[in-house]
Design a protein around this ligand. Structure first.
Ligand SMILES: *Cc1c(COP(=O)(O)O)cnc(C)c1O
Length: 433
């Protein structure tokens, strides 16, 4: 899908949402939308990027968009699921993923969570030596069909967003391979545990250059080769290369793409493609971010200190990272009239504010957009991952509805509710009693 096609689809979805009152200035002032066909196209692109000669399980990182119908849609299109908490595991099971297509990663798995995962046959990646000992204890009492691996930290360095960089020298994730004595200690752990048969690595997410990610994967593959070489047996049978392909939040371009990433992997870790290892991947953002957006009504406008300000219904509750770390997570915003049509007019520098009661609740500062008026709609683009699916409950603002959209050959939009808006009764229910 080209950038202008994506923009055209978005506008069609927005206008249809207004017509069908999924957006309404009184009843539905904020909603999320997912272009389901766009997501399916990305999934197909991912599958095409890896050759059929390699046995690959592509999993979706549930934290990027944990809505059960979204997960089920991804499952129907051939994905597995990566989870990192008991909640995400429950969501993956509810979405119908068979346990052997679920991978459980988390640095803080409890004994109970490990027992459950191993009992179900969910794949587990241990994050530490201590976790391996807990797995020993579980396996001593019952056998498991789970594939079990260890997350290594290749310590190749970070990308441009510190919070997203997991392969730094002191990252909290995995076992640091470059630390004095660790590789030897980990080798012993594999020698003593013939069931330890995968190596897992996830270098990081948005902000990490492809070359850095590919070097991290290459380090993991070299370690797997070393384990098999020193043990004189093919104990490590699979490499889980994580996710992390960055997306382009600055334009409607699609970013580097899965084929570009596969080419970088071929350069840095050619062994990954010679068929000796099975592969698992765990992409999140790159599969869905560009195919979701958030729409909110402008409730009021004002000018303060010479700065025009639009008060909208989207703020930190649905765009938490953008509000708290605007330099790292800028979002594109488009302006629409009450019908959902793109607004034109001279760009004017406006603050686009949210409804939360703190002054920093701004989606963008001095952002050039056609002058916004009450009743207009703003769309926050590329919010399919890590935005409306991960709400922040500030000011008791309810979670908005999220709608899936499909376009037929005539360009008609068909909606399907992915998550209803949170009701006041549900909100009260979560407010203690
Ligand atoms: C978050 C995460 C992913 C997905 O990262 P994206 O940047 O969304 O592709 C994959 N694996 C692990 C272990 C993660 O923590």
């Amino acid at each position: 899908m080209t950038g202008s096609e994506a923009a055209e689809r978005r506008e069609r979805i927005l206008r249809a949402a207004v017509r069908q009152r999924l957006l309404d200035p009184e009843e539905a002032v904020l909603a999320g939308f997912v272009d389901l066909d766009g997501v399916a196209a990305n999934v197909a692109e991912l599958h095409r990027a890896f050759p059929a000669s390699v046995s690959a399980l592509h999993t979706f990182a549930a934290k990027a968009n944990c809505l059960v119908p979204v997960l089920a849609w991804l499952r129907e299109h051939g994905m597995g699921c990566e989870v990192a908490s008991a909640g995400e595991l429950a969501q993956a099971l509810a979405a119908g993923f068979p346990p052997e297509r679920i991978v459980f990663d988390s640095p803080a798995k409890t004994r109970g969570e490990l027992s459950l995962a191993l009992e179900l046959g969910v794949a587990v990646n241990a994050d530490s030596f201590q976790e391996l000992e807990r797995i020993d204890a579980v396996l001593a009492s019952h056998a498991s069909a789970s594939r079990i691996g260890v997350r290594v930290n290749p310590q190749v360095g970070g990308g441009s967003i510190g919070a997203m960089s997991t392969a730094t020298a002191t990252s909290k994730f995995g076992i640091g391979l470059a630390d004095e004595g660790n590789a030897e200690r980990l080798l012993r752990a594999y020698r003593e545990r013939p069931w330890l048969s995968w190596v897992h690595v996830h270098v990081g997410s948005q902000g990490c250059p492809l070359e850095l990610i590919a070097r991290g994967v290459a380090t993991a593959v070299a370690f797997a080769d070393r384990v098999n070489g020193e043990l004189g047996r093919r104990q490590v049978v699979g490499i889980d290369i994580g996710g992390g392909l960055p997306v382009d939040f600055g334009s409607d371009g699609s970013g580097p793409g899965f084929d570009t990433y596969a080419a970088a992997l071929r350069r840095h870790a050619p062994r990954l493609f010679d068929g000796e290892y099975r592969i698992a991947t765990e992409f999140g953002r790159s599969l869905i971010a560009k195919h979701g957006f958030t729409a909110a009504y402008v409730e009021y406008t004002k000018t303060t200190g010479g700065r025009p300000i639009a008060i909208t219904h989207a703020g930190a509750q649905v765009a938490t990272r953008t509000v708290f770390a605007p330099e790292a997570w800028p979002l594109r915003i488009s302006a629409h009239d009450p019908s959902g049509a793109r607004k034109d007019g001279e760009p004017l520098a406006q603050d686009i504010a949210g409804p939360c009661c703190f002054a920093g609740d701004l989606l963008a500062r001095a952002h050039p957009l056609p002058r916004l008026d009450p009743g207009d709609i703003v769309a926050l683009l590329d919010t399919g991952a890590y935005y409306f699916s991960t709400p922040f409950h500030y000011n008791s603002l309810p979670e908005p509805a999220v709608h899936g959209a499909r376009l037929d050959a005539e360009g008609n939009v068909h909606f399907r509710l992915l998550r209803p808006a949170q009701t006041l009764a549900e909100l009260l229910d979560r407010s203690g009693r």
